[in-house]
Design a protein around this ligand. Sequence first.
Ligand code: RAT
Ligand code: ZN
Length: 417
Amino acid sequence: MAMITKENLPQAVERALAAAPVTDLHTHIFAEGFGDLLLWGVDELVTYHYLIAENFRYTGMPYERYFALSKKEQAEMIWRNLFSENSPVSEGQRGVLTVLAKLGLDVGSRNLASFREFCASFTPGQFIDKVFAISGVKAVVMTNDPFNAKERAVWLGGGYDDPRFLAALRIDPLLNGYDQSHLLLREWGYDADKRLDRKSVEEVKRFLRDWIKRMKAMYMAVSLPPSFMVPEDSLRSRLVEECVIPVSQELDVPFAMMIGVNKLVNHKLGDAGDSVGKSSVRPVEYLCEKYPDNKFLVTMLARENQHELAVTARKFRNLLVFGCWWFLNNPSLIEEITRMRMELLGLSFVPQHSDARILDQLIYKWDHSRKIIGKVMVDKYGDLLATGWKLDEAELKRDAEGLMGGNFWRFLGKTPL
Ligand code: RAT
Ligand code: ZN
């Protein structure tokens, strides 16, 4: 087995990462069986909500007018504002170019119509195969919301059939809006009342079990505001401790908390109108300590929370820290956070997830992140070699595979696909 030297380290790291199959543990993309919930192609790519927010930095157009345009017109406007009339240097803008280039298109032509034509020559199934092949992604975890009528209908109609797409049961409406969501539970035959009495607790647990089983969910997930606290005197705190935690333990399905979103600070922007706030890491410590037999996946949105979250993972082995989420998915921050996590946690974390909403985005999100993870690895392994430590290619391969997905599977106690 080839030994790694200071000289061959950069290429060896690049090779190991390129060959490591990615399991993307949090996305918003869907398998083909979900019909038009699966978004793909250049018009979707250019109208990604990260770019919608950026578009309004360059136009005084009323928000309502933009949203009243057709998808094609929206894409044309964003292309003009964010690509033709201003150089596309932001991470979201650059992402579009990386995708087009890796699909083999001539980015320099700036010809949106020809990019459209290219995409139109694929069926969704062909495009999925192409994107998975280019991005090196082997499996993605979707975000599956039983409160979404369209999605619910697919599940109740028998689901989908593509082993590359795994499910996660998303329960934001249940935890963040029980006032309303308990009414839906009632409609669906779960006898839940608005005070969450003992009977309702059992019924919510039954709802969770039913959907975990229906979806074969890898985990349950929720996004939470900076004010998130457990324990506290609130329905959400009770739902977490009395419903989610017991079911999570019973079925050995981790609970993923994505903490730090301030929803709709500009409600006119829709999905693009959410922001970030510093949160307390205390609920994570509390839950990990009180429920040592439960598994928790956690990512936090504020840069300011990253250090304490990594320290918390040193204290609790039932906590897996993952990804550089949303506003952190920028090269400078990914590098800083990955470096810090590696220094505190060794290899026992998941450096990245894509959060892709448009299938095509798997290409840029993984290309960009892989390079940064590689850069950090070259530094860290370089420091090892400088001590006289010997490292061979098989060990590098093992480590790269863990970072790109193996660590997630190990945490779940499952064999990778
Ligand atoms: O990153 C995003 O696309 C956000 O809009 C959210 O979906 C976030 O990632 C989430 O999962 O809530
Ligand atoms: Zn997300």
